[in-house]
Design a protein around this ligand. Structure first.
Ligand code: EPZ
Length: 418
């Protein structure tokens, strides 16, 4: 298993380019199952979760072509296997994003129930309830959810009792081919949801209200092919921005959408960081010192839970006490004991972490546990005195494209040990 060896204390400089968004590309790839015509997606990041989704689409019967320019062409002329098998779903929960498209296009879908996840229970009951509202008959057996709608789905109003990102995306895709009007209430407003709506409209879907908590979809009989560029990855952009602030370096995070990062930018400024936005970039400048601020994770446009661990790493180097509250997932503090191994002072009380700083972090061997926890350990190692070795970086590879190359190009001492 690959490891990262990082020597801390190196200032960064220059540019940190952002790749396409993993969490926008995954539903966009699933949406290609809604049509028999080719869908071409540009700026699809080369990360492990994308490779898993492409494997799943091929299993469903789609022809998949990865092109040299980074774009992906998918053509699902026929749905051969309307199924997401356990072997694939167990490696990536987002495989459940094919449930809606398969049920809508093939009239049936069989998806393995996603197992446990290190950050929380993460059931998909809201996806299932939503599909049942659209007329699917859903039952669970032998670890699989089977959704059947032989005469097609019918539009209806679905009120999400809790905001769910992939639940909203799954139902948007199912409703696009349902008969009549679907209204999604208390829908997610994440930029990835908006990007999916843009793609679906290019495919001929009649959809409106994305970016608000009420999305309306008038179903159509058929969708056609389309070409679409995936939005930049705001979580990667936030991670690289925090790398700049934490190492107190003059760097520019390029190819991002600052508007998608507002909650983070507000907190960085409150902490005393100097961050300047331009149309497609954010620049950090060195400052004398950072002060602690409190933060609570929320659904968009609130502070993203996928940046919580990285922000906590930053707060270990800031002066004062920071209260960090995780509201989205019930078990998303796996990075805390590893940061403590590097000398951080953090106490957990239920869903709150209390961070006392500044701590002088020192390099140590640490273990990655999930995608974003890994990112927080990379950030801590960049400022720690001495060398850190991060084990199980395959977690990082799930969602960050060539992160060590990007950081090294900006001056970090980081290498991958195969
Ligand atoms: C998406 O996951 C992202 N994944 C996650 O990013 C992200 O952390 C999360 O949204 C929140 O922003 C992708 O987009 C592929 P949710 P998702 O459904 O859709 C509960 C990363 O690091 N819930 O919005 O699975 C759930 O347990 C990943 O890139 C139900 O109870 O998250 C959670 O507590 C990690 N029943 C809350 O709602 C359901 O049916 C929000 O989950 C669905 C969700």
């Amino acid at each position: 298993m690959d490891k990262f060896r990082i020597r801390g204390g190196m200032p960064l400089s220059g540019e940190l380019p952002v790749s396409g968004s993993k969490n926008a590309a995954l539903p966009a790839l699933a949406a290609s199952l809604l049509t028999a015509e080719p869908v071409i997606l540009r700026r699809v990041p080369q990360v492990r979760d994308i490779a898993t989704m492409l494997k799943l689409l091929e299993y469903n019967g789609a022809e998949v072509e990865r092109r040299a320019d980074g774009s992906v062409r998918i053509e699902a002329r026929r749905i051969v296997n309307p199924e997401a098998p356990y072997d694939i779903v167990k490696t990536m929960r987002a495989s459940s994003l094919v449930l809606g498209p398969l049920a809508a296009r093939a009239g049936r879908a069989r998806v393995s129930v996603p197992g446990g996840c290190s950050i929380g229970a993460r059931p998909i009951n809201l996806h299932i309830n939503g599909l049942e509202h659209l007329g699917a008959v859903v039952h669970q057996e032998h670890g699989y959810i089977e959704a059947v709608a032989e005469r097609g789905l019918r539009g209806n109003t679905v009120h999400f009792e809790r905001i769910t990102v992939t639940g909203t995306e799954d139902l948007m895709m199912a409703a696009a081919l349902a008969e009549g009007l679907t209204v999604l209430e208390n829908a997610a407003r994440e930029p990835e949801v908006v990007d999916l709506a843009v793609l679906l409209r290019k495919m001929g879907a009649r959809i409106g209200g994305e970016g608000t908590s009420r999305i309306e979809i008038e179903g159509v009989k058929q969708l056609h092919g389309a070409e679409h560029e995936i939005i930049p990855d705001r979580i990667e952009a936030g991670t690289l921005l925090i790398a700049g602030v934490m190492t107190n370096s003059p760097v520019t995070v390029t190819g991002c959408v600052p508007e998608h990062l507002q909650a983070l930018l507000v907190k960085l400024r409150q902490a005393g960081a100097r961050v300047e936005e331009s149309a497609t970039a954010v620049r950090t400048e060195p400052v004398a010192r950072l002060r602690s601020v409190d933060m609570t994770t929320e659904e968009h446009p609130g502070f993203a839970t996928d940046l919580q661990a990285q922000f906590m790493a930053l707060m270990t180097t800031a002066a004062g006490i920071s209260f960090i509250t995780e509201n989205i997932f019930e078990n998303r503090f796996m990075h805390v004991p590893e940061l403590a191994r590097m000398g951080a002072n953090i106490r957990i009380e239920g869903r709150q972490a209390i961070v006392a700083g500044p701590s002088e972090l020192t390099g140590a061997p640490v273990m990655c546990s999930d995608l974003r926890a890994s990112a927080s350990l990379v950030l801590a190692a960049l400022v720690a005195r001495g060398e850190s070795v991060l084990d199980r970086v395959y977690h990082m590879d799930r969602g960050y494209e060539r992160i060590e190359e990007k950081l090294r190009a900006a001056g970090a001492s980081i290498e991958r040990i195969e």
